[in-house]
Design a protein around this ligand. Structure first.
Ligand SMILES: NC(=O)C1=CN([C@@H]2O[C@H](COP(=O)(O)OP(=O)(O)OC[C@H]3O[C@@H](n4cnc5c(N)ncnc54)[C@H](O)[C@@H]3O)[C@@H](O)[C@H]2O)C=CC1
Ligand SMILES: O=C(O)[C@@H]1CCC=N1
Length: 264
């Protein structure tokens, strides 16, 4: 049995656990450390690492990046040459993590997004232990239970996928809410407007995935010449690309700031 210890198991840690349990993983293979003691659904939850009292094969760092320097010495006490340290901390690069956990078998970065809870996540992976094929073969099926889990060739690529996908559930939530609000503004009942907007986004993504067609083609199939969608796109198109670019640029800047804060 391979045991995984989550140190910090809030929004994202518990979403990952939910995905693994949904995939049929044994709850006995997981322990969560949560200072509040609030149970993580389905698995053993303790308040401190000492209370967990184990040398697990996998340790997942699931606290806030700003806590890394303070928590690393205590975490490192439980890391052996058999431990894979898996970090989901935005901005904490492998050089920093390797310095903090020199005894680890390997350091792996993952940048999951919230749909891992329903096994439809995007979770890029990166390790400097490129040559360790056994490690990648061991982890790939496990992470793939949660969604699309590609190994990245460089930390830059890892970062870029993280920025495209990591925060996207928040951006899409805003997008759906904006459509729902526009529907309400046109007299629709609140619940009906929200369901219609959410299902339209879900169905569109689902169709795109099912057909694999280029986005341009999907849009073309909706856009009647001189019709209503064309009129709408004339407003949306000039703004959207630049808006998304500036959104990701802001997130990238913040990640660099976090990285600098972590390095002190
Ligand atoms: N929420 C998201 O969509 C994503 C989050 N992340 C990363 O995941 C990490 C956690 O983020 P969230 O789950 O959103 O935050 P969160 O605030 O929901 O969870 C943080 C957890 O850390 C725990 N914690 C605090 N102090 C601790 C300590 N001394 N020892 C052990 N645990 C402690 C808290 O009890 C909480 O359960 C961050 O590093 C973030 O960068 C990465 C990708 C996406
Ligand atoms: O907002 C954050 O810092 C984390 C990292 C990616 C998504 N959520």
């Amino acid at each position: 049995m391979t045991h995984t210890l989550f140190i910090g198991c809030g929004n994202m840690g518990s979403a990952m656990v939910a995905g693994w349990l949904m995939a049929g993983e044994d709850p006995a293979n997981f322990t969560a450390v949560r200072p509040s003691g609030t149970p993580v659904a389905g698995i053993r939850t303790v308040r401190t690492i000492g209370e967990a009292n184990m040398m697990p094969e996998r340790i997942v760092l699931g606290f806030k990046p700003q806590q890394l320097a303070a928590l690393a010495p205590e975490v490192a006490r439980w890391v052996t040459s058999r431990t894979t340290v898996i970090s989901m901390l935005a901005g904490a690069d492998t050089a920093t993590l390797s310095g903090l956990f020199p005894r680890a078998r390997a350091i792996v970065r993952v940048m999951p997004n919230l749909p891992v809870a329903v096994r439809r996540g995007v979770l890029p992976l990166y390790t400097i232990a490129h040559e360790d094929q056994a490690l990648q073969s061991e982890l790939q099926p496990w992470f793939s239970m949660l969604g699309f889990a590609p190994w990245c060739a460089s930390e830059e690529e890892f970062g870029a996928i993280g920025f495209v996908a990591g925060s996207t559930p928040a951006y899409v939530a805003r997008f759906i809410a904006a459509f729902a609000a526009a529907g309400e503004g046109r007299g629709l009942d609140q619940g009906l407007a929200l369901t219609a907007a959410r299902e339209a986004v879900l169905g569109s993504a689902w169709l795109a995935a099912a057909t694999g067609e280029p986005m341009e083609e999907l849009a073309r199939r909706v856009t009647s010449p001189n019709g209503t969608t064309e009129a709408g796109l004339k407003v949306l198109d000039p703004e959207l690309g630049d808006l998304i670019d500036r959104t990701l640029a802001a997130a990238t800047r913040r990640s660099a700031e976090l990285a600098a804060e972590i390095k002190g």
